[in-house]
Structures are given as structure tokens and as C-alpha cells.
Design a protein around this ligand. Structure first.
Ligand code: MN
Length: 161
């Protein structure tokens, strides 16, 4: 199973304006946050990594102050082209609703293990160090892995003040 199989199986590319895409390794480290007004409003947070966009649905959006934890539900990897996607997914299709880019920019990867990803986001609205922490599976079998996203203190500002 390739990394994009789940993404492609869920979509009908003759009907959705979303890109079919393919795995594409670049030298860039970009992120995007797309505001997705679907059945429930949420923010899709995506990191360009290993030729795809690693993706999380964050119902309340990324925290803008440190100390606040937000749930981030990991969803299927998206193709790198999706980083530019904005549009309306028609009724009846997977993810039906409108998608708008809320913020984008580059990021610096600080540390990555299977259950913890630490990085610095360099966006227009979102700027600073963040960490994603994977939660242990609960007794309720959720199909999608749940993570928490937290904003961290900025190393530089700690030294300066
Ligand atoms: Mn979404």
C-alpha cells in the first residue's frame, strides 16, 4: 500500500476539484493550515514530510499561546500538491464543503520519533515552536490516531528575557 492509496481511494477525481497527486519528494519543508468548513468546521494541519503531506484535523485550530493543548486527529497522508488547494468539494463527496488556506509557510523539524514530532512553524499567523504528541490508544477502538498539539516556549526568547 503506497502512502497515498487511502487518500485516492476516498475520492472520486472526476467529481472533486482536489488533486489526485503523487508522492513527490522536494527539498522544501512547508506547512499549510486549511480552514475546512465541512459538516463540522475544523482546521487541517499538514506538514511536508517524506514526499507527502502528513495531515491532522484539528477541530479548534492550533493553539496560539503556550500551555494550551488541542486535539489533533491524524488523517490520511495527502499529496504535496494539496498544499495549494482551495475550493469547494461538492455535496455528497468525501469532505464536502469549502477549503480555504488559513496560513502557510516553512517549518524547521527539530525532532521526530514515532510518537512525538517537534518543529518550529514560520507562518504569517502562526509562528513558534510546536510539538505533536501521539496518545496511547484508548479502550475505544478509534480508527484514526489521536495526537495533542501544544505550543512551546521559544528557546530564543527564553534566553533573551
Ligand atoms: Mn478536513
Amino acid at each position: 500500500m503506497t502512502l497515498l492509496e487511502e487518500y485516492q481511494q476516498k475520492r472520486q477525481f472526476g467529481k472533486t476539484p482536489e488533486p489526485k497527486g503523487k508522492i513527490k519528494k522536494t527539498c522544501l519543508s512547508r506547512f499549510v493550515i486549511q480552514k475546512h468548513q465541512a459538516t463540522h468546521l475544523h482546521y487541517d494541519f499538514r506538514l511536508e514530510l517524506e514526499g507527502v503531506l502528513k495531515s491532522w484535523a484539528v477541530p479548534k485550530g492550533l493553539p496560539e499561546e503556550k500551555g494550551i493543548k488541542r486535539l489533533a486527529v491524524q488523517v490520511e497522508d495527502h499529496p504535496v500538491e494539496y498544499i495549494n488547494f482551495e475550493g469547494r468539494i461538492p455535496e455528497g463527496l468525501y469532505g464536502a464543503g469549502t477549503v480555504k488556506i488559513w496560513d502557510r509557510g516553512n517549518y524547521k523539524l527539530i525532532e521526530k520519533t514515532s510518537n512525538r514530532i517537534e518543529f518550529e512553524l514560520l507562518g504569517k499567523k502562526i509562528c513558534g515552536r510546536y510539538v505533536l504528541i501521539k496518545l496511547k490508544k484508548t479502550k475505544y477502538k478509534t480508527t484514526k490516531p489521536q495526537w495533542l498539539i501544544l505550543k512551546q516556549a521559544n528557546e530564543n526568547s527564553k534566553e533573551l528575557h
